[in-house]
Design a protein around this ligand. Sequence first.
Ligand SMILES: Nc1ncnc2c1ncn2[C@@H]1O[C@H](COP(=O)(O)OP(=O)(O)OP(=O)(O)O)[C@@H](O)[C@H]1O
Ligand SMILES: [Mg+2]
Length: 295
Amino acid sequence: MTGHTMTPDIPASSTLAKDQSSTSTVPLLEARNVGRSFAQRGTGGLWRARQTQLAVDGVSLQIHPGEVVALVGESGSGKTTLGRMLLGLTAPSSGQVLFRGEDVSQLRGAAWQRFRREVQVVFQDTGGSLNPRHTIGQSVALPLRHNRGLDAAASAREVDALLEQVGLPPAHFRQRLPHELSGGQRQRVGIARALASQPAVIVADEPVSALDVSIRAQILRLMAELQRARGLAYLFITHDLGVVRALADRVLVMTGGRVVESGSADEVLERPQHAYTRRLLAATPVPDPARQRAD
Ligand SMILES: Nc1ncnc2c1ncn2[C@@H]1O[C@H](COP(=O)(O)OP(=O)(O)OP(=O)(O)O)[C@@H](O)[C@H]1O
Ligand SMILES: [Mg+2]
């Protein structure tokens, strides 16, 4: 790890002062009974009866430093909505999101900046989230300048170090544009950009499901290596139970906006309690290349 952060540690010290005895047990990121409703789409004609839909319905979860939590569930079960609430991108309709023990909706100034820096995201479609007119170097440099306040020279050195770490030789990739890269290479850029902020936790929303099967293993291995090397925490949203087995410490299973089962990855995969989880397991052959990769 190179460089250092210039972000003042105000929120941390206030948390410490409040809760000195149990600092190590304060989760990095926590959802406390969060819910989110949306006005229902496509209820054509019935404009008077404006329906709302509970996308997330009273979910609680904790992510501790260095922990990999997998979030699985069928399409539309609320995984992305929950992830976006934990990232501060979608406001909860009820309940609270806490960052290092503090309600995210109350964070201001330096405390908010620290939250934005330490909680990063890797999207499924990195192609869509990279500015097509920015070179790879510029995309990775942006958080270095903004979130860490590095000057041009320090930021250029750090861009190269980050590209190196995600397996993109900087001399070859620094000046390229996103459309010149493969999907897997773009996802590596997405990971480098997330790492640039020196996050404590990354919310990865189906980070490999848009990629060719042959590339998925490489990206998952990279993410596993980075997690270990940097002591990162992940909220790993996935449909793939093989990924859960390979990467996750704990797993939460969502359906219909609720968590219906949670536990250690081994527990849940070996002895699923909920009918939904059993169906999911039956539908997914778990002996997966990811398993051998990670062992
Ligand atoms: N911005 C929005 N406006 C209206 N409805 C939304 C919005 N975002 C999500 N929803 C609805 O909330 C529910 C949960 O969606 P969400 O995207 O969180 O599910 P998901 O588990 O991530 O699904 P997938 O596995 O397909 O990505 C869905 O019914 C979806 O249509
Ligand atoms: Mg989703």
